[in-house]
Design a binder for this molecule. Sequence first.
Ligand code: AMP
Ligand code: ZN
Length: 650
Amino acid sequence: MLKLYNTLTKNTILVKPVQKGKIKIYTCGPTVYRDAHIGNLRSYLMADWIRRTLEMQGLHITHIKNITDVGHMRQELLEQGDDKVIAAAIAEGKSPAEIAHFYTERFLYDEKELNIIPADVFPKATDHIEEMLEIIEQLVSKNLAYEIQGNVYFSVSAFPDYGKLSGNNIDGELLDAVRIEADPLKKDSRDFTLWKKAEPGRELKWPSKWGEGFPGWHIECSAMSIKYLGSHFDIHTGGVDNIFPHHEGEIAQSEGYTGHDVVNLWVHGQHLLADGVKMSKSSGNSFILSDLHEQSIDPLSFRYLCLTAKYGTRLNFTFNSVKAAQRGLTRIRNLIWNWNVLDCIDPNDKTVMNSWTDRFLETINDNLNLPSAISLTWKLLKSDINPRTKLNILHKFDQVLGLGLSNVKELYQVPNYVRDMVNKRKLLRNVSNYVEADTIRDELNAQGYVLEDTVGDTRVRPKTAFEKREELWYSYSSSSEVPSMINQCDSVRFTVGILACNYLDDVKRCVSSSLKYLNYINAEIIIVDNNSHDGTGEWTEQMAQSNSRVKVIHTDHILGEAAAKNIILRQARGTIIILLDTSVEITGDIFSPIEEILTDDTIGLTGPLGLRTDNLHHFHDGEGESGDMDAMQAYCFSFKRSKIKEVGFM
Ligand code: AMP
Ligand code: ZN
């Protein structure tokens, strides 16, 4: 049986159903004023794997995932009357309900794409105000909460167990973050809001015995978990940032209300990171599923990526890692395809099947050790068990992994005319007409199909969107991946470097005008296509293919300006590098003057316009002699390549 790490008891414990044969799970769901980022989705994947693991072992699961459509994820801001759903509604000119509905639908779609089994109920906070008020009233009557001027607060000092989950109450110490801007009405700064009086003009509000108001954040999860799962249930999940204050608050409310323990096991998933820090919208390092779609990456590749790390460890997301996951997933699908037994007929070897399934269960039951489960899956794939049995075992594994491996047949389906062409090619090969046979193969390849000749047969499947994209061009994930030519000697007089991110017309004008005036000059143009999506990638690629002086490097997401420009610096082979902004149109020979200026070795940078400053904070366009300038504009930024070695990259 499954063992999981319990944040409350700080050890790994066996999941023992409260009610025989049944497991009840509550998962803190999304706040629906924006898209869930893939970090959020990682925590829902964890809950999904827990559910599937238990289901595989014959337990009946009830899974609840709430939709936070009122209030705020951060209690201290809520206490200042801040509500992200309302803020988003105002910003987008919609009602809070419209905003919540829109993002709820998108969330459900994201979950579907990740093959997450839908929760049995997705209760909305706004539908459960009555239940919340009932708990709050009880807490007040038990002296666990108090009312002041229409606000109701939980009285932390009246609940001695407060802090048992997070350790944040030891010696009355609380995280500084929640002390900030402490509400002066609170009796104790640790107290948290259960009900907040509505400020004038507020739309989202409900009547209560203390006047019109709205609920705090934690109370919704107490109310909805108890309503749908009863006052004693098995598992509660969330991300580690939910431990405090959210789940600490929930424990105080639920246990204060019922008078006993409510949740058996608290499971928290570690964060998905990007650039080494927690992925979050506010840090500006978050990606959503459509960012993966843009790269033709299958959402299930993200699922596969998350399988490669234990839920209790941080996982650093990079496009490179998810692309590697995509290749891994495609390899699995291709193996299945090659076995040529796409129909799951009853296995003829039950003993082999059982022994593999037992090993699999043993692995995942050990605190959901999914990375080991994946390596066991690869062992199985590479084993010499007969394909039919192998496929059956794999389908069993996939009940937990959820990679959609039973869909390979549908995924790899091809239209009839493609089959006909493959058959025609077979006949041609039989009579050794390889020339015509190859023409058919090339034609199908161009149409997006992969042919593979096996012993006595040919198999055909559609290329994945990702394979098609990779055929177009390679995309880099970071500047450090791009080979550096910095130690190689100069091979041309000038490198014109252009960093392009959309604005195709500008890019065309900038590149064409540069080419025009570089006509008889020994030079190269290096364009970094910083993940454009308006055709700039295609146009620059075409330019590079038709003009040997133009080189383009594509990135797979928008890199920071310095990182993207460093790609140019790494690849440049010109004695002089000229970085042009795409808004620039060259209307004359700028190259000779630049070269002349830079013959003076005391000059580091040159360009047509400069910037002046009075305070080194604010710069304004300068006019007149370049000698008056304090800084260079980046429109046209020229320097000798040899200087990079002296001053380093950007
Ligand atoms: P929210 O919509 O902000 O309430 O978050 C929904 C869920 O995602 C919560 O369980 C959070 O703990 C979790 N979460 C937030 N950021 C991350 C992240 N970077 N990695 C993993 N889980 C996260
Ligand atoms: Zn919650």
